[in-house]
Design a protein around this ligand. Structure first.
Ligand code: SF4
Length: 223
């Protein structure tokens, strides 16, 4: 059964948003709010959790203690969904980063018409973060090496990702403590994730299959 239509005051406390919702209604335009009112809530979603990560599901869990076919609890499914959503968003944005790295390389090689290296001081500063030599080198040489370093991050399999050194020291220590410093996907990482994020009810091989399928951004740059 469809939900009852809510008033603009019930939809938003912002007077400007309320005004827009009234105007949209006058014009007969749908908004996210009216579409939500038109939809019946999903019984499984409102009572618990549905998982369709693999072909053994969908697994529909509505009570504490229930597990999916693979053994995942509601908490595991929730945590996994959150991490996968973060992975998807990060992967999409990391693609912009890769394009920028390719652009930097093209500029360094004089292959990007209309682009020049404008801020040489900044280029030298950033290169220094990664121990790239800057003295007595042409900006294009530095930019080329920096671009190569960035490009190599996409698809890195082992070891910490280079930009980790730019995170605040306290954050780096916290990552180390929890064994989640961003790095390539290897066995050690999967075991750390197993301990800290997934719980003991999942088989590491199962987690590895999800992590590699996603190229989990917290453990490696998404390609
Ligand atoms: S991952 Fe587990 S809980 Fe999800 S659909 Fe597959 S078997 Fe079910």
């Amino acid at each position: 059964m469809a939900k009852k239509k809510r008033t603009p005051e019930e939809l938003s406390i912002d007077p400007a948003a309320q005004e827009m919702l009234i105007r949209a209604d006058e014009l007969g335009l749908k908004t996210a709010f009216t579409r939500a009112d038109d939809l019946s809530p999903c019984n499984i979603g409102s009572a618990g959790m549905c998982c369709k990560l693999c072909g053994m599901g969908p697994c529909r869990l509505t009570k504490d203690g229930q597990t999916g076919v693979c053994g995942a609890t509601i908490d595991t499914i929730q945590a996994r969904n959150l991490i996968r959503a973060i992975a998807a968003g990060s992967a999409a944005h990391s693609d912009h980063g890769r394009d920028m790295a390719f652009t930097l390389k093209a500029v360094a090689n004089g292959e990007a018409e209309g682009y020049v290296i404008q801020d040489i001081a900044k280029l030298r500063t950033v290169a220094s973060y990664y121990d790239i030599p800057v003295e007595d080198r042409a900006p294009e040489d530095i930019a080329n090496e920096l671009a190569d370093l960035y490009i190599a991050q996409f698809g890195q399999q082992k070891g910490h990702l280079a930009p980790v050194v730019r995170a605040p020291e306290k954050r780096q220590q916290l990552w180390e403590e929890h064994g989640v410093t961003p790095r390539g996907v290897d066995r050690e990482v999967v075991e750390a994730l197993h301990r800290t994020h997934i719980g003991d009810d999942q088989d590491p091989e199962h987690i590895l299959s999800h992590a590699s399928a996603l190229r989990w951004p917290m453990v490696g740059a998404a390609a």
